[in-house]
Write a protein that binds this ligand. Structure first.
Ligand code: UDX
Length: 457
């Protein structure tokens, strides 16, 4: 049940702040919908006509459980609109900056072009004096200070805060409405700081009332919380994948190792699932951008280990290709391989830096006939990897396969009856790249089941 944040304004006879969300990608759309769900009047702004038209029609351009229903509900309630017009957003009291900061094509650093263009467009449209610009995008340290310098010169009455977002795809609504913490990076000037804090505490009143901790800090720390959190998570995953490499050499079982490590409350069990490693639009590019920025500000040595975190992660992909090659007898050309999974993780149609698709493509370029299936990501995969073959179901994908590779751990794949699936393949040979299939069940159904970092006998 969602407590409507705006009720408090109505009972106090005040108008709740109006909100604009600039950039309607994953983060911005989720934020806009959730703010409207809390009862705020929200306008989403984007330069992409098609995306804006789809959102205004209640069509979510990506897959996120539960979000399309909430989008439609709030459009119908009249609390949410979408536009390509920045002037239409200038009546808002709070502008959330949610544009993408992808990796630059020519370097590991973050590409801040969209962020710069969004600030340009907002300033050209002349936001209301006293309104608050809130950065939510993941940015290199120093970005907020640079935006603050621009505001001071061009729109001195507009306030700035940095409020990073930690949402995970597949859990985006929950992550926005009930975050683990709210981080507020605020300006140094005491009056500006107090005003920005008041506005943001009002916007996040329902989460704060239900006990979400608030960390109030400066711009640089707020920026750093986000990149440091992602660096820590990436390191945790690469740590267990490094242990998988050691287990392979020592004859140990990384899954049991992770269970035993996770019982130590100081370590904890989450993000210790060994397999083909991390992908997606955040962890890989964020650790690279973090290193690049740390180098620039003279702190490169401190995060040099992130190069190894990246290398361990990419090695897992190469290892699966090597393993697949060994299992089909050393020669890949002409071998039929079925890949279960295309999205970078389950409950998502996001294929950015997907380990599953990179492995599928490497096997295809080595000459294998690779067929990929995924419950949600096939349309995106088809657009990007045109030469892979695609099937709607796992049963079709494995038709006459020499080898099956399980690379994204959708529940649908876990629920497959291996005895039934076995009827469609040429060889009962499976690599479980995510360590989530029931090895005993697959073996009992006659399959030779192989996993990473686990004894394969
Ligand atoms: C991540 C952060 O979790 C989130 O806080 C931040 O805001 C954005 O980046 P997301 O990219 O949605 O979120 O995915 P996440 O669930 O963190 O998974 C990232 C990758 O790590 C996936 O490819 C996943 O399969 C992989 N992973 C995760 C593992 O390989 N092992 C694990 O134990 C956990």
């Amino acid at each position: 049940m969602i407590a409507y944040a705006t009720n408090q304004f109505e009972s106090a006879g005040a108008q709740p702040p109006q909100i604009s969300v600039i950039g309607t990608g994953y983060l911005g759309t989720t934020h806009a919908v959730c703010m409207a769900e809390l009862g705020f009047q929200v306008v989403g702004v984007d330069v992409d006509d098609l995306k804006v038209a789809q959102l205004a029609d209640g069509i979510l351009p990506f897959f996120e459980p539960g979000l399309e229903e909430l989008l439609r509900k709030n459009l119908e309630a009249g609390r949410l609109t979408f536009t390509t017009s920045f002037p239409a957003a200038t009546t808002a009291d709070v502008h959330f900056l949610c544009v993408g900061t992808p990796q630059r094509p020519d370097s590991p650093a973050a590409d801040l072009r969209h962020l710069g263009a969004a600030v340009d467009a907002l300033l050209a449209a002349q936001p209301k004096p006293g309104s608050l610009l809130v950065g939510k995008s993941t940015v290199p340290m120093g970005t907020a200070a640079a935006v603050a310098t621009r505001l001071a010169a061009e729109a001195p009455e507009v306030l700035l805060a940095w409020n990073p977002e930690f949402l995970r795809e597949g859990f985006a609504i929950e992550g926005t409405l009930n975050p683990d913490r709210i981080v507020l990076g605020l300006p140094d000037d005491p009056a500006a700081r107090a005003r920005a804090e008041d506005i943001l505490r009002a916007v996040y009143a329902s989460a704060i009332e239900s006990g979400t901790p608030v960390v109030v800090t400066d711009f640089a720390t707020a920026e750093l919380v986000k990149v440091a959190a992602n660096a820590f998570l990436a390191t945790k995953i690469s740590f267990i994948n490094a242990m998988a490499e050691v287990c392979e050499a020592a004859g140990g079982d990384v899954k049991t190792l992770a269970t035993a490590l996770g019982h130590d409350a100081r370590i904890g069990p989450r993000f210790l699932a060994a397999g083909v490693g991390f992908g997606g639009g955040c962890l890989p590019k964020d650790i690279r951008a973090f290193r690049a920025r740390a180098e620039e500000i003279g702190a490169g040595t401190a995060v040099r280990f992130l190069a190894e975190v990246d290398a361990i992660n990419l090695r897992r992909r190469a290892r699966v290709v090597e393993f697949a090659t060994e299992l089909v007898g050393g020669s890949v050309p002409g071998r039929r391989m079925a890949v279960l999974g295309a999205a970078f993780k389950p409950n998502s149609d996001d294929i950015r830096d997907s380990p599953a698709l990179e492995i599928a493509e490497l096997l295809r370029t080595a000459g294998a006939l690779v067929t990929v299936t995924d419950p949600a990501a096939i349309p995106n995969a088809r657009r990007r990897y045109r030469e892979l073959r695609y099937a709607d179901t796992a049963f079709e994908a494995v038709d006459d396969a020499d080898l099956v590779l399980h690379l994204t751990e959708w529940a649908d794949f876990r629920e497959i009856d291996p005895a039934l699936l076995g009827g469609n393949v040429r060889n009962l040979l499976v690599i479980d790249g995510r360590n989530t299939l029931d090895a005993g069940k697959w073996r009992a159904a006659g399959w030779s089941y192989y996993a990473l970092g686990r004894p394969n006998a």
